[in-house]
Design a protein around this ligand. Structure first.
Ligand code: GLY
Length: 372
């Protein structure tokens, strides 16, 4: 099909395609119909996305004779919680959704993670399709099968690996994102270059500003390359026994900052990832793993993009360095009580290690907080 790129996620019986391009919401019925045993889907979405795009999705499904029921939840990270999980599961049960049916997650990462987890536990697993509407969800959370919710103990601590049956990444819908949301998603895009592809990072340095300004072809290329990198990593390590942890570059810092800001609008996840990547490179440089220029290059690119890059870009108070270190201790990457970090030997050369002295991390945080 013209204008649509396809990335395969090859996982044996759980393999699926990520289709990337404009107009996929309008064609959703034709794209999804081959998966259906009866011409109906159950859509989980949220107010903002539904207001902008649900009519188009219904029309796109209807054009192929597919009926849609929809549950619309409040927007925001607080929706990724026990009460809303119960609401989604009970709604799907009240709708008599069967194992052979398809649930559609239509929204950003919050909706994808929540609806995917509901699908994972409903009747011990029903299939679902991701239609990610944020840049963050298109390049990261909709691909790879991580689903789940947050609890008062931290982010994503309850969940399941449940791969979608199809992902439709409609580049056109990115045009309705606020600049802040788009740039937050970009935090995950630049992460891919930083973790494993220096050439892609160079491409982003050259093309990032035009891409942010709205160039659709560049946006599609950035999403395709990001998804291809993620698919390659997920194929090697679906359940994060090894390499998949590389995708968490910047996330140990990010999760602590998100907890410190109460998962609020003070800091969006992708903003935390961008700041976390800058801190991870700073930590790598202090451990003499990479050159001193690398963290400067990371921050310079984020500055070119007008994206958040320093702790001083987070409004309001933050805990001190010890407080942030305590928040890091709740990270899922803690093994035998030792924090695992993703560090880098240079741009595009990330690796996982538990061999990070607490004092060096503390020093990075003390200095970063002092610069606020
Ligand atoms: N977002 C990280 C992963 O999917 O593994």
């Amino acid at each position: 099909m013209s204008g649509v790129d396809i990335v395969q996620v090859p996982l044996g019986a759980r393999s699926y395609e990520v289709r990337i391009g404009p107009g996929l919401v309008d064609r959703a019925g034709a794209e999804i119909a081959p998966l259906l045993k009866r011409p109906k889907v159950w859509v989980v979405s949220e107010d903002t996305v539904a207001g902008l795009h649900l009519d188009a999705l219904r029309a796109g499904l209807g054009a192929a004779g597919v009926e849609a029921e929809a549950l619309i939840l409040p927007p925001g990270e607080a929706t990724k919680s026990w009460p809303h999980l119960i609401r989604v599961v009970e709604w799907l049960l009240s709708e008599r959704v069967e194992r052979r049916d398809i649930v559609v997650a239509f929204g950003g990462g919050v909706i994808g993670d929540l609806a995917g987890f509901a699908a994972a536990i409903l009747r011990r697993g029903v299939r679902f399709v991701q239609i990610p509407t944020s840049l963050l969800a298109q390049v990261d959370s909709s691909v790879g099968g991580k689903t789940g919710i947050n609890t008062e103990h931290g982010k994503n601590l309850v969940g399941a690996f449940h791969q979608p049956s199809l992902v439709l990444a409609d580049i056109g819908v990115l045009g309705t994102l606020t600049e802040r949301d788009f740039l937050a998603g970009y935090g995950e895009v630049q992460k891919y270059g930083l973790l494993g592809d220096a050439e892609f990072f160079g491409w982003l340095e050259r093309n990032g500003p035009a891409l942010a300004a709205g160039d659709m072809a560049l946006r599609a290329e950035a999403v395709r390359r990001s998804v291809q990198m993620k698919a390659d990593i997920v194929e090697r390590d679906e359940t994060e026994q090894g390499d998949r942890a590389l995708l968490n570059l910047g996330h140990t810092f990010c999760h602590a900052l998100e907890a410190a800001t109460g998962y609020s609008g003070r800091l969006l996840h992708g903003e935390g990832v961008a700041i976390g990547c800058a801190l991870a490179f700073e930590l790598s440089a202090r451990m003499n793993l990479c050159s001193q220029e690398d963290p400067s290059r990371v921050r310079a690119h984020l500055a070119d993009m007008n994206a958040k890059r320093d702790l001083s870009d987070i409004p309001g108070e933050l805990p001190d360095a010890d407080g942030l270190l305590d928040l890091m201790a709740q990270d899922k990457k803690v093994v035998d009580g030792k924090l695992r970090f993703i560090l880098a030997r240079g741009i595009g050369e990330a690796f996982v290690t538990a061999d990070v002295p607490r004092d060096v991390v503390r020093g990075v945080l003390v200095d970063a907080l002092r610069d606020r």
